[in-house]
Design a binder for this molecule. Sequence first.
Ligand code: OGA
Ligand code: NI
Length: 363
Amino acid sequence: METEAPSRSGDGWSRVGKTLPVRNVQALAACTDELNAKGLERYIRPDIDDSQVLAAEQSGEVPAIDLRRLLDPDHLEEEAARLRSACEDWGFFQLVNHGVPDEIIANVKRDIQEFFKLPLEVKNAYAQRPGDLQGYGQVFVVSEDQKLDWSDRFAIYAQPPEARDLSYWPTHPHSFRKSIEDYSSELMQVANYVVIFIAKTLHIDTELMEDKYVCQTLRMNYYPPCMSLAEKVLGFSPHSDASFVTLLLQVNPVEGLQIRRHGAWVPVKPHPKALLVNVGDFLEIMSNGAYKSIEHRVTINANQERLSISAFHVPSFDGIISPATRTPEEKVLYKTMKVKEYAELYMSNKRDGKRTLNHAKLL
Ligand code: OGA
Ligand code: NI
């Protein structure tokens, strides 16, 4: 009889879904004789609609929010009003003056780039193992005939520290573990500030939010270039994040991320000094729809690779998520759900816009 692996506290998140093994995309991208319509059949999407992509001049830019101003009593009110408007109107913002030391950012960027440069056999020492979504590989592949994303991913469960499985933490390059550890703890602090100020803009008691962002999964995304077929593939299918908040660092300055806004796709310009923050599904539920978790996708460049690292701040797996209404008259628009139940729905489906969130809506 099979016995279950011992469970570390809070690691439910990495065991909540299955994903089918797929080919390594970085290696495939290097096989020039396969980069044709036949070789890439599983990646080519006939349904990409380029006419919906807006130029930056037409769409405006994702607003920048200044954490230093939020922390300064003289500017707090003004900056909090801007934060509220960014969350309501965009669901995304570029957080500047976030306080993470430049050196910590530079180290994590360097080590992630070094890691993906390693030979496939070395990276595969950290490959996903059956039943676990951590490690080097893919996520959300649930059927043999679905379209695949043009990317490789490497996920590790980073917070709380006791939930870490160090067998997935690379020892090449040598400084990797330390870089990730430093970055992870800095981001816990940034997420803490972000959530405190978001709670303020929503007039929700911060204590109600305390357990909603305490777990952190880091996902490093590697998007190889795709020569002649770049326009026909996607690095990440349209999705919203099953997080409370997500903090994304662009590791190199190549464009690719697009967000859904008023029915069109708006490209996000990489900001060299910012962390890109977005509202996740759990925050949409908790804010009773005041702040929406916005769909986004990643496009691919013909000549340049793109790398990013997402930090998903999520509620504890054993918890509950429910809308926090402010007045007795406010209509409740979302169900109260177990976090685990939401996570299972999310992880067992291929990414398809905001479909999981529809399950949480009250009719
Ligand atoms: C994600 C994501 C975007 C990017 O990891 O959920 O949307 O730019 N990543 O890599
Ligand atoms: Ni995302």
